[in-house]
Structures are given as structure tokens and as C-alpha cells.
Design a protein around this ligand. Sequence first.
Ligand SMILES: [Zn+2]
Length: 268
Amino acid sequence: MRQNRDHEGGAAARRLGDPWRELPDAGRGYLSVYFSEPLARWPVREITRRADNKSDPNIETGTYGLFSTCEPSMRNRIVLDGAATIFFLTTRKPHQGRVISGYYHVGWYTEGTQGAVNRDYALAADKMHFIDPILASDLAEPLAAICSTQFRTMKPIDVETVATLRRICDERPDRTAEYLGEVERIEAFARARSGYAYPSWGREAGFSWADAPEYYQTDAELSKVPNSSRNRKWRCRECGYVIKSGALLKKCPLCKQMATLAPAEEGA
Ligand SMILES: [Zn+2]
């Protein structure tokens, strides 16, 4: 089992042990859109997004949905359908259009803190490859249309599209190490500014495999929790605090308990 932060990026195949289970690859995949970091030289996720610091795609661990609650329905379908390849798309600046930045080939999955009842599966790549970003509109048709036609957060793609996009990425140099360096640089910048790498999480450090075990599903009594809060407020059933966050957090930023947050109704 290789679970360290300084892996060698795209070429590194790995095997994960318990509680990870192997995901069979049926050939299909997903396009997944993420917010990218405006302060970064490489299009990593938006670590400094206000009141909604992003942890996915978590290239430090090669996971998706382990630390965040992003895209539960996509993660659920990936597991159920064996749609094992996720291509990541983002818009760097409002006028530049969408770029493709790389992909995960998902080899492993496990239940996240909110459990299968909440369609909460964590995914782990057995291979990832990030590249010099390619403008979606520069791809040959029908890929340009598939990747740039408006969709909000994700879109399933067929076997042929997966194979072609993967070939396009694989023939380009692997920049995963540069992306990883940029994640660390942005975290250090955020820490210098606020004392936290992830202020909306109350989190000083970055993410590594050492953090993974507390994000695995361990509570057999889980109930269904809504994934969004209209007023962006969440109440912790352990410490009672109400916190503000764009997305449901898996861990309470105050008492650090797992899976304790639920939407806080106005006036409640
Ligand atoms: Zn709490």
C-alpha cells in the first residue's frame, strides 16, 4: 500500500487496502467541472474560495469525495456503473473558456462519512495525469462540443469519448508534480494570511493519507442528511454551534466531530 504525499504522479499505479474496494472499469466516465484557484499558476481547485474552501479534486491523495461532499450523485453513479474515468474541467478566468486539466482513473471506492444511504462514496485513483491545460474549444469535434456545451457541474460520457480524451491527455507530459507544488504553495499562502490553510474548515494543515481514516464510514446508524442549506447555515448536533458554509462539511470545524452537521433552519 502506498499512501504518501510524494508519489510520482501520473505513472504511479497503486493498490489500496481495507476499507477500499476495487472498482471494475466498464469504460464510461464523467466530465467534472471544478472551481479553480485564481491565485495559482496551475489550475488546481479553489483552495481559497471564501466560506467554501475546496478540497476536491484532492490530488494530494488522488481522491475525490473523501474529504468533501461534492457531487454525490456523480460519485454514486461512478461506483454503480463502473464509469471509472473522471476528466476535470475548469474555467481559469471568466473570458478564457473551459479547459481540460487532467483525469483520474478511479480504481477504488469506499463509503464516506455520510454513508451509502446518502450516496456518499469516496473515490481513489489508481492513476492520475494532469497536463498543461487544453482549451476545450481547441479540441477536434465532437470533443469540443461535448466538453464546452454548457453543463453546470458534471456530465456522463461514453466509452469512445473516454478513450479519445484519455489518449489526448496521455500523449502530453505529466504535470501532476507541478499541480501538487501549487496546492502546497496556495495552502502556505492562505496559512500566512489567516493562520489556516482552510479557514472555513478550521484546518491549519493540508490533506494527506494520514487524514483518511477519520473520513471513512464507521457509523451504522446514519440517517439521511440534505446536502445543501438554503441559508448556508449548518448546525452541529454535538457542539450545537451554527456554522456558515456553502457546502455540507463532513467534519465540524469547531468540535471536529464527523458527520454531525445538518441544515440549520431560519429562526431555529
Ligand atoms: Zn461541532
